[in-house]
Design a protein around this ligand. Sequence first.
Ligand code: ADE
Length: 220
Amino acid sequence: MRINVVTIFPEYFSSPLETSLVGKARAAGTLEVVLHDLREHGKGAHRQVDDAPFGGGAGMVMMVEPLADALDPLDETHRVLLTPGGRPLDQDTLDRWATLNDLTLVCGRYEGVDERVAEHFIDEEVSLGDYVLLGGEVGALAIIEGVTRLLTGVVGNPLSTETESFRDGLLEEPQYTRPSEFRGWAVPDVLRSGDHEKVAEWREAQRLGRTRERRPDLLE
Ligand code: ADE
């Protein structure tokens, strides 16, 4: 799979793209990430990519022209804009994108992006959540990680991408490893009982209880 990233900060991505399973997937050729420096399409001697908003107001708006020039050659790809005004990113969306050959992530910055970009150059707008960051770069990294772990051969045990939180609409149950007791805090007996049926029942109950308590919206 190839993921294009359009950003004014390509250097932001260097270490995360080298690290862990994303680095390995790139080295193995399972994943290719192409960074497109929006500044190269900037206007004038200062390579300007933002300007004051029509109608007045605080902050700067990313200009349509540099983004159009960057995105025109990528018009065969699925183009996603990262913006707090987008639809919240979820697992179903990552599952869908992980089946694509080409995905393009456009990182917004400043107070926003000229609406003509979203109208004419973007297929989907997504947000990381109901809070405002400085730009879309963290979101692009989140998507790269979330998609990469779904690519064939990246995660050792495919069961671990099948049984995790959200895939069936519930949060994951608590997990424990050795030691069985630490500072007097013991691992629940049932997990050490060897009774697989009881363990499965306990896990299901934990998943439901946790989801009810922390994310009742998922149960609706
Ligand atoms: N850019 C700024 N805030 C963002 C958010 N919450 N999600 C995606 N992109 C953003």
